[in-house]
Design a protein around this ligand. Sequence first.
Ligand code: MN
Ligand code: MN
Length: 461
Amino acid sequence: MSELREKLMYKPKNGFDRLSPAEEQEMEIYSEHYRKFLDNGKTERDCVDYTVELAEARGFVPYVPGMPLEPGKKVYVDNRGKGIMLAVIGKKPLAEGAHIGAAHTDAPRLDLKPNPLYEDSELAYLKTHHYGGIRKYQWVTIPLELHGVVVRSDGSKVKITIGDKESDPQFVITDLLPHLGREQSKKPLGEAIPSESLNILIGSRPLKDDDGGDRVKLSILNLLNEKYGIQEEDFISAELEAVPAAKARDLGFDRSLIGAYGHDDRVCAYAELAALLSLDVPEKTAVCIFADKEEIGSDGVSGMQSEAFDYFMESMCKTQGTALRTCFAHSFCLSADVTAAYDPNFPEVFERRNSSFINYGMGLCKYTGSGGKSGASDASAEVVGWVRKLFNDNGVIWQMAELGKTDAGGGGTVAKFMAKRNIDTLDAGVPVLAMHAPYETVSKLDCYMTFRGMKAVFEAK
Ligand code: MN
Ligand code: MN
């Protein structure tokens, strides 16, 4: 009877019961590189810069329309410093399609408002407008860093990164003390911290020997002017992002987990990148895209709905004498994005039989969406079947993943924008605990297996 049980019943095993010692070793090395990627990629712009650095070290060159595209050629396109697309040309022509990995490198955060700087009660603050789905109460009383760019009045651009070096100052948003929080504590979680109270404290020292108003603000402006050559009006043409200050760290006595800001979706982006960088000459052209703006709907020139991707692909197709639509019709895309890991602290929102679990490998999501698959591209049985066989044939540890209970909520990814291009697409990625929190948790095994899954896709025939 146990033979029959083994043969017929679907009973996924914990990945650690299936991992070889050699794989465990590779997993640790991979995790170390991934933590480095996180520490170097706190924003989408940082991710692009670091990716260019890694790619160029592996022989990738900036793509120039019309350049020869022989098999094994490695190219990339930097999309306005906020998104990036990389390709390794395959043996087969683009007319037979490409293998695409699509992830996003933007993450929930606090953007500065266009006119952010003010002083109140002799303290200086920056006003923020949150980006993406955050739980506001999680962003108070944690150390913050500031990353981004400012375009000055003469058109020149200055990069600002402050808070990530040991010697740097950091920033914070204060919260009410419990002693005076009686009324605040009665409010629903989502209302306790209003958006307009997410003001970052940036200084308190007034300008000496000055009898005008706003002496703290003026003193801060003076510091900013000395260091970055900027004036208050320059904030209007700036993109400054406040992000959590902690570095990526191993978690747990057994060091099996990684804690960091921005696993969603840098954990999948890095898996794609590492897989792409490991390629020699793939059968089909392998394409990796890091999109921006996923957390706010994938709009904008650097989002997955932008034609920047089509422009790049069409240009390569033209060199090979192929129509873009012919290439897309024969392509496959793994929309690599994180999913929610089953959290025993909150069992009420998960449906155990269809949840993804920590250490059970890369999670395949046939569909995302909410309220009855609304907004999902819902991959076909044939597409899921192809990926499942590919993963099984290549020793990839994977699991099926639904975000949570049908009525509990939902979410989406870039999958539907790839599917709209007539590209067969499946969602897959790393299960995350506390997704969108300033400090998210993933398991090393799931990270490593997502890399292995991406590699299998890029190396597929
Ligand atoms: Mn995501
Ligand atoms: Mn997200």
